[in-house]
Design a protein around this ligand. Structure first.
Ligand code: PHE
Length: 450
């Protein structure tokens, strides 16, 4: 460990922090709406396959690279592959973190507004269409969404200035399990609604005629986004993991927790979507329109709505912290500026783009680049182009460039003999993962037609 670098105090601390990064708006906001736009069950199956086949191995790879490097992703690649261009993967990660953080804080801003609405009991007595109108009129206004975006960024910045150990660990440990419990309660209410069956069918019954090459790419992008892969977050967190920790079990637990939350969120949302006559392909507003309907149908709905949006803000915060951490650790370690200064610089630059994203449903909705709003473009390009591209390069690095011995030292422990599981892992990252990612990508852009 480099001098002056914080570490995590306990094994549960690292897992909690990595799970805190993974679990966030990606599971509860993005997963359901992207699934809804891409036809449901078939998307779900492909998504699960990508998590297992590519997500878990890539998570393990990133943790290993991070722990071997003991620094930010850029510096790590410089250290592990000196005098090569691999460090560009690290640079790419910093850039992607910027993009994601921008639209992520815009959506987190919506969540803050919804927390406020929940506290002030603003959902009460509203019909499904009124709730949908409420979302539209809020997101299309200029002032409130931008203000909440900046509030959220200030929250993120304050935790990051405080440093890793104190900043991240203590919140995640208690609050993520609580989020889990609340979602299960929502699930119980959702599946017992009249007409819930159609939603479960939509989610779990695959209809492959609805799956096109674009949906497959979206499933891949969503898997990487949800697990925080392909941009240096897990590499950065890996650098804080103690040498004695077992990375296989850490990578598996984090992926499992993340996927469980996404599935449980789907089970809370789709039955309600169908029960309340909401369109499953309503887009980014889906969760915000659907869940307030559910809260109204439960005893104590007021308290559940407040608690839910509070926890969603926290989940978003533990993810945005991990994004900002990538940028800040790069600035502090490579450009040698103070943590406080790095945070302020990041806050200002991300703040500008975040506000542009938050205005994308309102005043800037007609500003289109490649037929997408700023928000839409950042959201699409980061998940469906940049994360898979970086994920591809990272498995390529670990599979082909990094010495096999170094990989096994990290994954299994120094000097340990290769196990069958490890051999399988190497096979995946050498052959299957790069090939699969390239294929999905080429198929979606039309270079290749499967
Ligand atoms: N995985 C986070 C979520 O699901 C988002 C994220 C993506 C965080 C990439 C870090 C890096 O909300």
């Amino acid at each position: 460990m480099q001098e002056g670098r914080d570490g995590f105090s306990s094994r549960f601390g690292v897992i909690a922090a990595a799970a805190g990064s993974a679990i966030g708006l990606g599971n509860i906001w993005r997963f359901p709406y992207v699934l809804g736009e891409n036809g449901g069950g078939a998307f779900f199956l492909v998504y699960m396959a990508f998590i297992l086949m590519l997500g878990v191995p890539l998570m393990l790879t990133e943790m290993s690279i991070g722990r071997a490097g003991q620094r930010n992703p850029y510096g790590t690649f410089r250290l592990l592959a000196p005098k090569t261009k691999w460090y560009l993967v690290g640079v790419m990660g910093v850039a992607v973190a910027f993009l994601i953080l921008s639209f992520y804080s815009a959506v987190a801003g919506w969540t803050l507004q919804y927390l406020y609405d929940a506290v002030t009991n603003s959902f009460e007595g509203k019909s499904s269409s009124e709730l949908s109108g409420m979302f539209d009129s809020f997101t299309s206004s200029a002032y409130a969404p931008s203000m909440w975006t900046l509030v959220f960024l200030v929250m993120t910045g304050s935790v990051v200035v405080a440093g890793i150990e104190k900043g991240i660990e203590k919140y995640t440990k208690v609050l993520m399990p609580l989020l889990f419990v609340i979602i299960i309660i929502l699930d119980i209410r959702a599946v017992t609604l009249d007409g819930a069956g159609a939603g479960l069918k939509f989610l779990f019954q695959p209809d492959f005629s609805k799956l096109d090459s674009k949906a497959v790419l979206e499933a891949l992008g969503q898997a990487f986004f949800s697990l925080s892969l392909g941009m240096g977050t897990i590499i950065t967190y890996g650098s804080y993991i103690g040498k004695k920790e077992n990375l296989i079990s850490s990578a598996t637990s984090v992926s499992l927790a993340d996927t469980a939350i996404a599935v449980l969120a789907g089970v809370a949302i789709f039955p309600a979507v169908f029960a309340f006559g909401i369109q499953p392909d309503s887009g980014p507003g889906l969760v915000f329109i659907t869940l307030p309907n559910v809260f109204q149908q439960m005893p104590g709905g007021y308290y559940f709505s407040v608690l839910f949006f509070f926890l969603l803000v926290i989940a978003a915060l533990t993810s945005s912290i991990s994004l900002l951490e990538v940028v800040v650790s790069y600035f502090t370690e490579e450009l040698k500026i103070s943590r406080a200064k790095a945070t302020v610089i990041s806050f200002i630059s991300v703040g500008i783009f975040g506000v542009l994203c938050s205005l994308s449903s309102g005043p800037l909705k007609d500003v289109k680049i490649f037929d997408k709003t700023v928000f839409g473009l950042f959201n699409y390009v980061s998940s469906n182009v940049l994360l898979p591209a970086a994920g591809f390069l990272i498995v390529l690095f670990a599979g082909w460039k990094w010495a096999r011995k170094s990989v096994s030292d990290e994954v299994l422990g120094e000097g340990k003999a290769e196990t069958p599981l490890f051999k399988m892992f190497m096979f995946i990252i050498k052959f299957i993962a790069p090939f699969a990612i390239a294929l999905v990508f080429m198929n979606a852009v039309g270079i290749l037609k499967l």
